[in-house]
Design a binder for this molecule. Structure first.
Ligand SMILES: *[C@@H]1O[C@H](CO)[C@@H](O)[C@H](O)[C@H]1NC(C)=O
Ligand SMILES: *[C@@H]1O[C@H](CO)[C@@H](O)[C@H](O)[C@H]1NC(C)=O
Length: 442
């Protein structure tokens, strides 16, 4: 109860900050209704067949060609096989309404659907039942990867919503160099291994909210270069966790804000990851992170050993706030729930961690680790000259106020790699006590 009142208050507080974080309007400039009023290109009229055994790739491409200058590509309820991939390009004022389910049957690499150089675009399901079933387990059982599901490249003024992306053979959704976009009411269910990223985004002025991801890699992750990205109400329901990175030479990332992120059984609640490299990440904030049973929690890691060192003195991190983090980690004595491990060649500064109450499920203490890190909060150095210093570890034997409300049905185990993953419904909550910012359509 106390928690619900608190989140209602923070929701109001952050909705005003929210718009400030974006640099302008996001989403399509005309409605789906006005697009459909112009023209509807039902794939069944362009050679499509509602059958899992038909390749509907060519029909999607033909329907797009007929509607891309204004209209709606319509994939009605039903099952559709897809054996060949499509790159659809040059749309203006066009939507794709996927009420059916697309089943991957082809085995080529690349991406099943690439949409590029398109503006005033909406990819959605009017019933919230639309999905792409990637049948990634067929690859994963054999220890390989296949195509990614959806990639948007240089798409402007767009939205993507009310869809399920399931069991991708590789990454699920990539927003590559996109602008003025919104992604919401989306669920991603992948297998329990690395290389199956949920959402990877780079670009500017993008709002991603009300998204659930299951996999064992990126939940909703910001890549380089990016600015003015707002990410809210994210449910990493057995995932790798959210991140910024990995980062190398020429990093240019700023004005990133994450609010209301719930993470369970993931590699981390948030990692900012680099190893060597150059450039900077600045003016970012991370508020209301809660979770349980995660390996790492807050992990700013300038020496991330899973990538080889990049040329440069290290990526500079500055002016970042981490506020109101709660819950428990798996073992805070083995994996410190706070790590600010900044590069010695570019000590971070202006870091602030406040209201950080994360306790441990195993052991009786948690560690905080700081290295070359300046600012205010646990183990950060307050000095004004930002010189390099060796790792400092603080041991904490009691934390109060860490209890959280868990989500009703946290996934109890990751999805395997050798059996098909069921298609889930788009959920109606992505953070305890919060309804989606926009109501689910279906
Ligand atoms: C995107 O929308 C904005 C209005 O919100 C408009 O000014 C801009 O020209 C649009 N961009 C494109 C590429 O159509
Ligand atoms: C988390 O994932 C599991 C497995 O699909 C699902 O049963 C559960 O409902 C999800 N949790 C929530 C709160 O949606």
């Amino acid at each position: 109860m106390r928690f619900n009142i608190f989140s209602a208050v923070t929701a109001i507080l952050f909705s005003s900050l929210a718009s400030a974080q974006l640099s302008g309007k996001v989403g399509p400039t005309t409605s789906t209704a006005s697009k459909a009023a112009k023209k509807v290109c039902n794939i069944l009229n362009y050679g499509g067949v509602a059958s899992k055994n038909t390749d509907n790739g060519p029909a999607i491409a033909s329907a797009w060609a007929a509607c891309k200058s204004g209209g709606e590509v319509y994939i009605p309820a039903g099952d559709y096989g897809m054996a060949t991939w499509v790159t659809i390009t040059g749309g203006t004022g066009v939507s794709i309404n996927l009420d059916g389910i697309i089943y991957r049957t082809g085995t080529a690499g690349g991406h099943m659907i690439i949409v590029e150089h398109t503006t005033d675009f909406e990819f959605y399901s009017s019933t919230s039942n639309g999905a792409v079933q990637g049948y990634g387990y067929v690859f994963h059982a054999a220890g390989t990867y296949g195509p990614r599901i959806v990639r948007l490249v240089s798409v402007t003024n767009f939205s993507f919503h009310d869809l399920a992306l399931v069991d991708s053979p590789a990454f699920h959704l990539i927003l590559d160099t996109c602008t003025n976009g919104e992604v919401y009411n989306t669920i991603i269910r992948g297998g329990n291994e690395g290389g199956l990223d949920g959402i990877d985004v780079w670009g500017t002025n993008i709002w991603i909210h009300d998204v659930e991801v299951t996999n064992k890699d990126e939940c909703v992750t910001v890549k380089n270069p990016s600015s003015y990205i707002l990410i809210e109400s994210i449910y990493c329901n057995w995932s790798g966790g959210c991140a910024i990175g990995s980062l190398g030479a020429g990093t240019d990332i700023h004005h990133i804000e994450y609010n209301n992120v719930y993470t369970q059984n993931s590699n981390q609640m948030l990692m900012i990851k680099s190893n060597g490299g150059s450039g900077s990440v600045y003016s970012c904030s991370f508020n209301n992170f809660i979770g349980h049973s995660n390996a790492y929690t807050l992990d700013v890691n300038g020496y991330w050993s899973s990538i080889s060192p990049n040329p440069g003195n290290g990526v500079l991190f500055y002016d970042m706030t981490f506020n109101n983090w709660k819950g428990t980690c798996s073992d805070g004595a083995t994996r410190a729930p706070i790590q600010f491990l900044c590069p010695s060649g570019a000590p971070c500064y202006g870091m602030s961690a406040a209201n950080f109450n994360v306790w441990t499920e195993a052991s009786t203490e948690v560690l905080y680790k700081c290295e070359n890190a300046y600012g205010s909060g646990p183990c950060l150095s307050s000095g004004a000259s930002h010189t390099a210093y060796a790792i400092q570890t603080k041991t904490v034997t009691a934390v109060t106020g860490y209890s959280i409300t868990t989500m009703a049905a946290d996934l109890k185990a990751g999805f395997g790699l050798s059996t098909s993953i069921p298609i889930p419904a788009v959920p109606t909550s992505f953070y305890p006590g919060l309804a989606p910012i926009s109501a689910k359509l279906g």
